[in-house]
Design a protein around this ligand. Structure first.
Ligand code: NAD
Ligand code: LMR
Length: 328
């Protein structure tokens, strides 16, 4: 059990509220700190009546430092979501500054915290967090994650809709790359015993890559995925806590990380692609990333998807990095 706070930034939002509700149910958390620029004390008061062990405290607009003080883990779903017709990259203009300010708060108040970034565009917001922490000399690439779990959750669900023998709860799909459109690369060839036709693979791949758009379209201007994201965010937070607080070993989950988190195993991949960040299956340990697992042998179709992903990822990473290293 963590004796230090688990802080949710953006806790009163569409993701923040259900995510905090799910985290309130964790026995690994004793202190849940909710920060938002609006309504965090109200959400905290509400959740604090639930009969689990953790205490819940809300922090308003001017209380970011107090909310982050000595945090063990910081989960960040703060910022604006998409509307129909927008790409995730369109959110950069607003969300980049929000993430930079929160990362500075982390550097000042909890420099050794695990930082779990949900806010989009994840491909760029994770480099922003890394560069801020580097500026403060507190960067540990093993502890900064882009939460791409929703892609994995969707992949498990969508394949089970095509093959009813698949149990979506117990079938994990490796999804690599990043978290937007063509950068999301599901490796369906790796599912043991799968017999999808070429057509099914193409349709499933497209649905997993653009699952976010399905929700944005259905919500028709009222935002993007919140409930499935809260589920995915809680699942990923629990992975980090199980490994770091509970000492559980061998847990594998896909996440978007700086390849420096395991420079030795990713050296050849980095040399080949020039990428600094990539979502890949990661084995977790007490200090975060224990190992970045190697990319498995992929199909020709998947290799084509990967090549396309590399180009866009590189641009997304550069944009996030330069926002801090070369501010306008
Ligand atoms: P939302 O607008 O419902 O909630 C965002 C919350 O952030 C609001 O309560 C707002 O007050 C708060 N906020 C804004 N600026 C803040 C700041 N400086 N400090 C603290 N809190 C601040 O949006 P949402 O639907 O919860 O989505 C949040 C983000 O998550 C979006 O960027 C969205 O694109 C992203 N998202 C990511 C994934 C993923 O898979 N990684 C999935 C869904 C959504
Ligand atoms: C998602 O995948 O649902 C999120 O990244 C939100 C979005 O903008 O699609």
């Amino acid at each position: 059990m963590s004796t230090r706070p688990i802080t949710v930034c953006g806790a009163a939002g569409g993701i923040g509220q259900p995510l905090s509700l799910l985290l309130k149910q964790s026995d690994l958390i004793t202190d849940l700190a909710l920060f938002d620029i609006v309504n965090a004390p109200g959400v905290a008061a509400d959740l604090s009546h639930i009969n689990t062990r953790s205490t819940v405290t809300g922090y308003g607009k001017d209380e970011m430092d107090a909310a982050l003080k000595d945090a063990h883990t910081v989960v960040i779903p703060a910022g604006v979501p998409r509307k129909p017709g927008m790409t995730r990259d369109d959110l950069f203009k607003i969300n980049a500054g929000i993430i930079r300010d929160l990362a500075e708060g982390v550097a000042r108040n909890c420099p050794d915290a695990f930082v779990l970034v949900i806010s989009n565009p994840v491909n760029s917001t994770v480099p922003i967090v890394s560069e801020v922490l580097k500026k403060y000399n507190v960067y540990n690439p093993k502890k900064v994650f882009g939460v791409s779990t929703l892609d994995v959750v969707r992949a498990s669900r969508f394949i089970s809709e095509v093959d009813s023998n698949i149990n979506p709860k117990s079938t994990r799909v490796t999804v690599v790359g990043g978290h937007s459109g063509v950068t999301i690369v599901p490796l369906l060839s790796q599912i043991p015993g799968q017999k999808f036709t070429e057509e099914q693979v193409k349709a499933l791949t497209h649905r997993i890559q653009y699952g976010g758009d399905e929700v944005v379209k259905a919500k028709a201007g009222a935002g993007s995925a919140t409930l499935s994201m809260a589920y995915a965010g809680a699942r990923f937070t629990n992975v980090v806590l199980e490994a770091s607080v509970n000492g559980k070993t061998g847990i594998v989950e896909s996440t978007y990380v700086n390849l420096l988190a395991d420079a030795e195993s990713t050296k050849a991949f980095h040399a080949k692609t020039g990428l600094d960040y990539f979502a890949q299956d990661v084995e977790f340990g007490p200090e975060g990333v224990a190992k970045i697992l190697p990319l498995p042998a992929v199909s020709d179709h998947e290799q084509g998807l990967l090549d396309e992903a590399y180009t866009e990822l590189k641009a997304n990473i550069e944009k996030g990095t330069k926002f801090i290293t070369e501010p306008e």
